[in-house]
Design a protein around this ligand. Structure first.
Ligand code: IPM
Ligand code: MG
Length: 387
């Protein structure tokens, strides 16, 4: 075999070995952690980069306020984890420094601010995204992204597969020679099974009637084909649900079709399509800055804002004016996930009052508007009034 092909083939063998190992680990981890059965639930607070620490701190204050009784009784503890910054990551050349990863693993759930994702040409080394690494390291396979626009009858919940597809091996591609670059994408039976079940279970528990699978299985036949077939196979266990499927291209079009889009409820889709479609969907709700995202695994869960770290705001000294809404929304999902749906609802209601109804404070991102801290205080005052 030619030498360059030989080298690439060896690389591919290594890639496969890692995937086989990953499948074994998935098979071992069958059950979700039961938070009620824990003596103490640990919530990690990770600020991240840029405006991350400022906005995450505001969401943290609100969570401490809502969970004060649980903290007093020792049922819940907060753990602030510094160090997931681009400076530290660049210094050790790792997506997540080892000491930070060890601290993350001491938590059950994590609230995470935005982290800078370097790309070729940046002043930073081109290390893997901390988000993507955390999803893989903590096996956070379900990325759940709700999008609601009540006035337009939009009520969607996306279940984006979070550990496979084009992302799983996004940093493991190979330049075979000067002319050929190859990337890999992976779909596994176990990985598809768990995301499909999570989406179907959610649909049943939340009174949804329809789940839509999105792929490009007509072209990407092996991996997307497997994803689609597996979803339909598991759907047979949920006879009460209507399950249909669409290709990603026409799906992006149908989301802007006002008559069609209101018929969709729950989506389940591979990683990359989920990345793209959820940005489009969030735009109807006011942009990615308004959306929260839950990354759920069987042992860990992480809740994050889906916008970027806005380093320019920090350079211009405006981080205290950054809008904490998205990371507060992530906090709402965290509260619901750890078994406090009542507190989650209260916070959601207060957010709605402060952002859409009363609007006593407005955030503009500059000193023409309120600070994130003032906004968080306003929310807590509103919660107190709600009783
Ligand atoms: C998201 C983001 C990330 C992703 C980036 C920051 C790596 O776009 O959470 O959707 O592509 O998953
Ligand atoms: Mg994205």
């Amino acid at each position: 075999m030619r030498q360059d092909i030989q080298k690439a083939a060896e690389h591919f063998a290594k890639v496969l070995e890692k995937q086989v190992e990953r499948v074994e680990t998935m098979k071992e981890q069958k059950e979700f952690v039961d938070y009620d059965a824990l003596d103490k639930l640990v919530i990690g607070i990770v600020g991240g980069d840029g405006i991350g620490p400022a906005i995450t701190n505001e969401s943290h204050r609100i969570l401490e306020f809502l969970l004060q009784d649980e903290v007093k009784s020792g049922k819940v503890a907060f753990k602030v984890i510094d160090g997931l910054t681009i400076e530290n990551r660049a210094e050790v050349m790792k997506a997540i420094p080892d000491d930070v990863l060890a601290e993350l693993k001491e938590c059950h759930v994590i609230l995470k601010g935005p982290t800078t994702t370097p790309r070729a040409g940046d002043p930073w080394p081109n290390i893997e995204s901390a988000n993507v690494a955390m999803r893989k390291e903590l096996d956070l396979f379900a990325n759940v992204r709700p999008v609601r626009v009540p006035g337009q009858n939009i009520d969607w919940t996306f279940f984006r597969e979070n550990t496979e597809g084009a992302y799983a091996l996004g940093s493991d591609g190979v330049h075979v020679n000067e002319d050929i670059g190859i990337d890999f994408t992976v779909t596994t039976t176990e990985g598809t099974d768990r995301i499909a079940r999570t989406a179907f279970e959610y649909a049943v528990k939340n009174g949804k009637k329809k789940v839509t699978v999105v792929t490009k299985a007509n072209v990407v036949k092996t991996t997307d084909g497997k994803f689609l077939n597996k979803c339909y196979e598991i759907a047979k266990e949920y006879p009460g649900l209507e399950v249909d499927d669409w290709y990603i291209d026409i799906m992006t079009a149908k989301l802007i079709d006002e008559k069609r889009r209101t018929q969709f409820q729950v989506f389940v889709l591979p990683n990359l399509y989920g990345d793209i479609l959820t940005d489009e969907a969030a735009e109807f709700q006011g942009g990615v800055g308004t959306a929260g995202s839950a990354n759920i695994g069987k042992r860990y869960a992480m809740f994050e804002a889906i916008h970027g770290s806005a380093p320019r705001m920090v350079d211009e000294g405006r981080d205290k004016y950054a809008d904490p809404s998205s990371i507060i929304r992530a906090g709402i999902m965290l509260l619901a996930h750890i078994g406090h749906p009542d507190k989650a609802q209260k916070l959601e209601k207060a957010m709605d009052i402060c952002s859409n109804i009363e609007k006593k404070l407005v955030i503009t991102g500059r000193d023409t508007g309120a600070t994130g801290a003032a906004f968080a205080d306003y929310i807590m005052e509103t919660i107190k009034k709600l009783g």
